[in-house]
Design a protein around this ligand. Structure first.
Ligand SMILES: [Zn+2]
Ligand SMILES: [Zn+2]
Length: 251
């Protein structure tokens, strides 16, 4: 499984882009920054977008990705998310005021935009990848995902704070679990704010996943708020890596 980190910061600042992770070149997790960073030609290879939740740092580029497809003669795309996230997008983004009703416009042009609902606990096969959706503890409708291909599983937390059920699921995977991408938004000194906003600090992330998972699993911090990057890096426990965007992994 090829995992390209297009952007993975918890906010926008010069040199830092919000979350978009491209898997195998054609499946995108979150649409925080993809339109402006993936080349015009390659963006048309994206056939499925999985959204973790509706916060703007995860959907910011969605209208422009759809417009790229809408502006060509070919194309279809499916957006996978919880019912709550789909409803939020339709009510508050694609409502004719913030942006046109993309589904209707694309349909009129012979394209297909599909909204596919994923409930927490549901499992789907998307482009030969087995995707397990898990309910995250962030805002209503937030999801975490586990991708499994050729016996290797990768966990993408999305935005979340402690979620006991997720740890139990990850433990059940056993040796097949190769990496956990864990949101780590704030430094340890801001634990109160992290808890209130349902995010994690390095110590919280490590206590939750790092010490809970055994075996040869890479634990990788992402979604770091750029203003606190140096502090978060300094707080990372031994054994926890971090990414800031631009990295490519092969699992
Ligand atoms: Zn976020
Ligand atoms: Zn969020």
């Amino acid at each position: 499984m090829r995992v390209e980190i297009i952007g993975c910061s918890g906010s926008v600042m010069k040199g830092f882009n919000t979350t978009s992770i491209l898997v195998n070149g054609s499946l995108l997790i979150d649409a925080g920054s993809a339109a402006s960073l993936i080349g015009d030609r390659n963006i048309l290879d994206i056939k499925d977008i999985l959204l973790t939740h509706s916060h703007i740092d995860h959907i910011k580029d969605l209208p422009f990705i759809l417009e790229s497809i809408f502006s060509t003669n070919k194309g279809y795309i499916d957006i996978w998310a919880s019912q709550r996230t789909v409803d939020t997008l339709k009510d508050h983004v694609f409502n004719g005021l913030i942006w046109p009703d993309a589904q209707e416009l694309m349909g009129e042009q012979g394209h297909r935009l599909g909204f596919k609902v994923m409930d927490g606990g549901s499992r789907h096969v998307i482009q030969d990848i087995h995707v397990q959706a898990l309910e995250a503890n962030h805002i209503p409708g937030a999801m975490s995902y586990v991708f499994e291909e050729e016996g290797k599983s990768i966990f993408f937390s999305g935005d979340t704070t402690y979620t006991e059920g997720i740890l139990e699921y990850l433990k059940s995977i056993g040796d097949g679990l190769k990496a956990c991408f864990i949101e780590t938004s704030f430094p340890d000194r801001m634990e109160d704010l992290a808890k209130k906003s349902r995010h994690l600090t390095p110590s919280m992330a490590w206590e939750w996943i790092g010490t809970g998972i055994h075996g040869d699993v890479r634990v990788i911090a992402y979604h770091i708020k750029p203003w606190y990057l140096d502090e978060v890096i300094a707080d990372l426990p031994d054994g926890m890596e971090y990414i800031i965007g631009g990295e490519v992994f092969e699992f």
